[in-house]
Design a protein around this ligand. Structure first.
Ligand code: CMC
Length: 426
């Protein structure tokens, strides 16, 4: 008989199958537990729950490993482009030269957004957060572009989303500043095109710098997927209701907005600015983060899965040093970040809690260096994470074991209570 575990409930023994992944990870398959025993499992935050089988991303939090479709993140960051990684995640294989060129043509063909969508942008109050705008715009795409469920239509929708998200992000930035929108150009690569749409202006034409384009490519590659994180989980759950892909992605963007998830890159910069503005010292921040009576946490530190240095943070730190050096910039926030990392990594609290810098710790400094305003940081994360969300959504709807997500709960409210009329209430 294949591997199984036994559990004893109220004196009766039940056998549950064990599922083993290709990297040796093991899970107890409890999908029939309730049917067999009447019991459910309770796992707040899904800390011990595998919600699916997936062939997209492998991560090992103890050893600091991250691979997309089996390829180590370090190799992808060094050798590939974001466009190639998008293809890899969504299609499952690295593209040939011909395939990647064809993909570029398609991305260019779908890069414009309907002119009428500009009226929505113009109606948002100036202080709106770009993540709120992006999430609304992602759903709005459904009203402008037909959505059918055939294989071919899904491919077009996917390409549209990948291409238009950067146009929408750049448009939202330009409009928020009251500037003229810059249209995408067919002669530019994915990242160069985005930078040009963000920063080109009639008074100061944007000079494309290959080092900056490379830094942006690496940033997006590092964010492209991270298996069953909060926003991906949101995408799978929302998508499980068979809602259209645009609305599904909008849910992912909303989840990513949170300061505990994608919003952490903005939170890191705000935290480090406290140091450079002399509102707090690095030591004070560390002490506050350790104080159980203070809700403050070190932004950009800690991770649900990584209990060692986040491999993405290692790469991001190098990118940060390189880009600042190449652009001949000195950012006092980087000095503060390095000092903070130094102190925290030697501190017993951080050592015993296995708290290390995560991807967000250095990414904000990279984004600042290439000119991205702080309130757009999480949008940049969303552009990067989009292929991961799409790949995970596609895998989930094609999974023969697909089911609409519908967890159970343990009810702890009042037992049956009679309705009290108004006049008898205290
Ligand atoms: N600073 C201080 N203490 C922390 C931190 C931190 N950044 N993160 C976790 N802890 C402590 C926490 O207080 C708790 O201590 P104790 O066990 O003594 O009560 C312990 O570590 C475990 O914390 P947890 O909240 O149970 O851990 P989690 O796995 O649920 O949370 C996390 C993971 C990322 C939400 C958390 O580490 C955090 O809030 N970090 C700061 C926000 C951040 O940087 N988020 C970006 C994550 S990476 C980007 C992404 O993929 O989204």
């Amino acid at each position: 008989m294949s591997e199984h575990v036994e559990i004893v409930i109220e004196g009766k023994t039940y056998q549950l199958p064990v599922v083993v992944g290709t990297e040796g990870e093991k899970a107890i398959d409890i999908s029939n537990l309730r049917k067999m025993t009447g019991y459910i499992t309770l796992d707040p935050g899904f800390v011990n729950t595998g919600s699916c089988k997936s062939a997209i991303t492998f991560m090992d939090g103890e050893r600091g490993i991250l691979r997309y479709r089996g390829i180590p993140i370090e190799e992808l960051a060094e050798h590939s482009s974001f466009r190639e990684v998008v293809y890899l995640l969504i299609r499952g294989v690295l593209p040939t030269y011909k395939q990647v060129n064809r993909f570029s043509v398609l991305l260019n063909d779908h890069s414009l957004v309907h002119e009428d969508m500009r009226t929505f942008f113009e109606s948002f109050p100036r202080a709106s957060h770009p993540m709120g705008i992006l999430s609304s715009m992602a759903t709005t795409l459904r009203s402008f572009y037909p959505y059918l469920d055939t294989e071919e239509e899904i491919d077009i929708t996917v390409t549209r989303l990948i291409s238009k998200i950067r146009t929408l992000a750049a448009m939202s930035y330009k409009i928020s500043r009251g500037h003229r929108v810059v249209y995408p150009r067919h002669d530019l690569s994915y990242c160069a095109n985005f930078l040009n749409m963000m920063f080109d202006s009639p008074v100061r034409p944007y000079q494309i710098d290959e080092d900056v384009v490379r830094a942006l490519n690496v940033f997006l590659i590092l964010h492209a997927d991270h298996e069953q994180n909060c926003s991906t989980c949101a995408v799978r759950v929302v998508g499980s209701a068979r809602v259209n892909l645009y609305a599904t992605i909008s849910a992912g963007i909303a989840a990513l907005w949170g300061p505990l998830h994608g919003g952490a890159n903005q939170a890191v910069i705000e935290m480090l600015a406290h140091v450079t503005d002399k509102k707090a010292t690095v030591k004070q921040l560390v002490e506050r983060a350790k104080d159980k009576n203070d809700p403050f946490r070190l932004a950009g530190f800690g991770h649900r899965v990584y209990k060692t240095y986040d491999p993405r943070a290692k790469i991001m730190k190098k990118v940060c040093d390189n880009v600042l050096e190449k652009l001949r910039l000195h950012d006092p926030l980087l000095d503060a970040a390095k000092e903070l990392e130094d102190i925290a990594l030697k501190d017993d609290y951080f050592i015993s809690h296995h708290l290390y810098p995560n991807v967000d710790f250095y990414s904000g400094i990279v984004l600042r260096a290439i000119g991205i305003p702080t309130n757009m940081f999480t949008v940049m994360f969303a552009i990067g994470r989009l292929p991961g969300w799409i790949a995970q959504w596609r895998e989930s709807i094609e999974d023969p074991a697909w089911k609409i997500s519908r967890p159970r709960q343990i009810y702890i409210g009042p037992t049956k209570t009679t309705y009290t009329p108004f006049e008898e209430r205290e």
